[in-house]
Design a binder for this molecule. Structure first.
Ligand code: NAD
Length: 443
């Protein structure tokens, strides 16, 4: 099939490349010329495991190309996928300006039947708005389909190639038939292709992300309660997750969720609800808890240093909002850095992939180190902000020797508290008690 993917960011690039991988001819369109030039040469614009190999192969075999020319790619394709940004507007609702601008342009370009497929996360009613914007200038027949994307950054290729489910919102039999063919290679193992009306499809995506965010904030509150009541959240999590109705996943407490999706999608659903006079109370609490959670460790760090962080050298391991990505949007690490800088601390950091993005944002306000061990040399404390695999089993003896004070604040519960105590570290994590080691206490 001939496909144009409009918007070549995380979702667009993965979508376009994976559809090319199953034999389709795909043109990815973007307004960012530099991005298009790089991708045309096979240079990656994002870090996503497994993607580069697929990109190179499909470019070489001529199934994938990149352009800034919307009209040519649209004329040449039956399927027009929108993978455009929907950032939060001032009131928290999704800003649809990129989507509606492109819909308006499409109306002027489309001359024969096309299927416009919305992969962006958009509020209920957006497909109707897109239909109207296209129809304002278009005489030809077209369908607008909602096909929300559920891929996870860091696992995007795997998620796209083997999705848990594919949601398709449309009432058009013609679109249904074509999309069933398009997605057939991705659902061969029996994972469902779920057809529904457009509005339900649009809401399903927000419901899924908001539910997952709720699970995280719920566990973060349980973790705080564990600390206050003398329980261990690891035990509670295991006991809780063994119940099939609850499930084992997404029960890990930490310093909050971030990224480009959960924060904005929860906010947008609250706003959508407000627009129909409904107060979505649970989600309001989820947002509050998450905001607080991002800097939850700060008072404890300050307390440890007798409320004086001036000139303390604090190291962060991890800057990305989660492992296996270079995405730093809404990353808890950034909130922690802000607070630490305000307190006068000096910060050195290491992240395997996200340092260039943080450098663009913070410049030389913090020091970037090229290895995790260089970053902790002579530090007063280490904060673990992202649970990259390489932080899980480090050389503890080397750490102990390098760190000025053997103090770890673990925002991702990466280590076993008992072991850290035996090794002589002062170790604090989330919901699992504190293991003080007085010989480390900084005066
Ligand atoms: N990132 C994720 O993990 C993820 C997962 C599922 C759904 N989503 C949703 O998918 C959508 C896209 O997210 P993303 O993370 O890929 O965004 P992104 O910011 O990485 O990419 C968007 C791309 O669109 C381009 N663009 C903007 N205006 C354009 C225009 N008029 N014409 C052509 N290109 C244009 C930008 O230059 C950019 O390359 C959002 O609605 C998001 O909520 C994201």
């Amino acid at each position: 099939m001939k496909i144009a993917v409009i918007g070549t960011g995380y979702v667009g690039l993965v979508t376009g490349t994976c559809f090319a991988e199953t034999g389709n001819t795909v043109t990815c369109v973007d307004i960012d010329e530099e991005k298009v030039n790089k991708l045309s040469k096979g240079e990656m614009t994002i870090y996503e495991p497994g993607l580069e190999k697929l990109l190179t192969r499909n470019l070489r075999e001529g199934r994938l190309k990149f352009t800034t020319n919307l009209a040519d790619s649209v004329n040449d394709s039956l399927l027009l996928l929108l993978a455009l940004p929907t950032p939060p507007g001032e009131d928290g609702s999704a800003d649809l300006s990129a989507i509606l601008k492109v819909a308006n342009d499409l109306g002027k370009i489309i001359k024969e039947y096309k299927i416009i497929i919305d992969k962006s996360t958009v509020p209920v009613g957006t497909a109707d708005k897109v239909r109207q914007a296209v129809a304002a200038n278009c005489k030809s027949d077209f369908d607008v389909v909602s096909n929300p994307e559920f891929l996870r950054e860091g696992l995007a290729v795997e998620d796209f190639m083997k999705p848990d489910r594919v949601i398709i919102g449309t009432s058009s039999e013609r679109a249904k038939k074509i999309l069933s063919e398009l997605y057939a290679p991705f659902v061969r193992q029996g994972n469902p292709l779920v057809f529904m009306d457009v509005r339900s499809a649009e809401l399903t995506k927000y419901a899924a992300n908001s539910f997952l965010a709720t699970k995280i904030s719920f566990m973060n509150e349980i973790a705080i309660l564990c600390e206050k009541l003398g329980a261990d959240v690891d035990m509670v999590r295991r006991g809780l997750g063994s119940d099939d109705r609850i499930g084992k996943r997404f029960l890990f407490p930490g310093i909050g969720y971030g990224g480009s999706c959960f924060p904005k999608d929860v906010q947008a659903l609250v706003q959508s609800a407000a627009e129909v006079d409904y107060s979505f109370n649970i989600l309001k609490a989820v947002m509050d808890v998450n905001e607080r959670q991002k800097t939850y460790l700060l008072p404890r760090i300050k307390e440890y240093f007798n409320n004086d962080l001036k000139n303390k050298k604090i190291t962060l391991w991890g800057l990305a909002f989660k492992p296996n990505t270079d995405d730093i949007r809404e990353a808890p690490a950034l909130a922690i850095i802000d607070e630490l800088l305000r307190e006068g601390a000096s910060i050195s950091a290491f992240d395997p992939e996200a340092m260039p993005n943080v450098k663009k944002k913070l410049g030389d306000r913090i020091t970037f180190m090229s290895t995790q061990y260089d970053a902790i040399k002579d530090c007063d404390a280490l904060i673990i902000a992202t649970e990259w695999n390489e932080f899980r089993t480090p050389d503890f003896d080397r750490m102990f020797a390098l760190m000025k004070h053997k103090v770890i604040f673990d925002g991702r519960n990466v280590y076993e508290p008992g072991r850290m105590k035996d090794l002589g570290f002062h170790y604090e994590s989330i919901g699992r008690g504190t293991f003080a080691n007085d010989t480390n206490k900084n005066s």
